[in-house]
Each structure stands twice: as C-alpha cells, then as structure tokens.
Design a protein around this ligand. Sequence first.
Ligand code: SAM
Length: 222
Amino acid sequence: MSDPRWEAVDTYLHDALLPADPVLDATLADARAAGLPAIDVSPTQGALLQLLALAVGAERILEIGTLGGYSTIWLARALPPGGRLISLEIDPRHAEVARSNLRRAGLDDRAEVRVAPAADSLRALAASGAEPFDLVFIDADKPSNAGYFAAAMDLTRPGSIVVVDNVIRDGRVADAASTDPAVAGSRRVLEAIGAHPRVRATALQTVGLKGYDGLAIALVRS
Ligand code: SAM
C-alpha cells in the first residue's frame, strides 16, 4: 500500500525538522552503490531512534540488523563519550559497507559490527556476561523477532528500551491466518511483548517513505 502524500509529508518533515546531513546521505548512496537493498529506516525513523536513545541516556546500544549502517549511525550519534554500540549482521558484504560508513561518520571508535547469525552473536554476548544494554533495536530477519526479543530481555536492565521494527507489514499483521513467515514473526513478537510481565509496551502504525508499516516500543521494568 502506498500513497503519494506519505512520501510528500515525509520529505516535508525531513526538510522542516532534520538538518542537512551529507554523511547520512553518503551512507545511503554508498549502500545503494554496493547493491544493498533500500530497507534502511527512513530519516524520520532514524531521528526517532536517536531521540529514544538520548531520552534514556543510552551508553550501550545493541542493534540486530546492520545493513549499510544507516540506523547504526543515527543511534551511535546519541552515545556519550565512552559509549558503545554493537550491531549484529549476518552478511559480510553488508558489514563491510557499514564499517566503511561508520569510519566516514567518525563513529568506528564506538560502533562495532559483528558478523554472524544474530542468534549466535546474542548467545555469545549473554555467555560473556556483557553489561546490560540501554537500548536494543531489532531490525533483522522478521521470523526470528520473538527469539531476538527474548534475548534482548536477558541483555537489558530496568529502564532499557527495546524497539522492534516493521511489525505492521502493510497491515497484514492483523491477519491471524497469514502464511507469510514475516507476518507470523511479527504476531509472535507482539504477543510475546504483550504477555511479558516485565515490560510496558505499545506499537504504532506508520506511513511514509517506507510505505505502511510500524514499530513496537517496549520499556523494560523491574
Ligand atoms: N537497521 C538497518 C537500517 O535501518 O539501516 C536495516 C537492517 S535490514 C532491514 C536487515 C539486515 O538484517 C540485513 O542487512 C540482513 O542481512 C540482516 N540479517 C538478516 N538475517 C539476519 C540474521 N539471522 N542475523 C543477523 N543479521 C541478519
């Protein structure tokens, strides 16, 4: 589903609210030139992620799904000196583009891309006794979302935020009979979030440059 007004309004909001940003523009340009799909978050969504990270004073951020590092840059820019972001990516080619983009953004001292299936990296993080993350952004293979959310709950603390992208799927999330694994994955994670005793959460439908989709936001409580 799409509507020309969504794109026009997103462009207007971008121009009205967000400063010109040659580094982010170059990040997207290089990702497209390298043949990476245009499935990065939109600029206004990136700004929302950054605002959430700033609002919780995030010093440690975990991202699941790096692509070319566009959302990674938005998030890493919210970190204070000494802050750290770890982004998990399965595709070495995507990771290479992201690392180059992070270098140009001057963020490679605080943002690291780990290449492996995210489930393996998450297990390794838990096994290493990693300090809790203040914000987790889940944006990788959608059928695995419930597993990623469960892992995020083990890697966060009360007051942390977990964001899950693309949970509305053009409205198909409401279709309990859908055989689309991504829709089923979205339903599973939303139901896991809703049933979790330690989170308060909501999900919002969004329209814009990226069509009709939405995101879930969960606050981890004690
Ligand atoms: N967060 C990025 C952004 O907004 O700029 C977009 C991420 S893109 C939607 C999803 C990424 O997850 C892709 O780069 C894909 O290769 C990666 N991915 C898919 N399955 C994965 C897995 N099992 N483990 C880690 N990364 C995975």
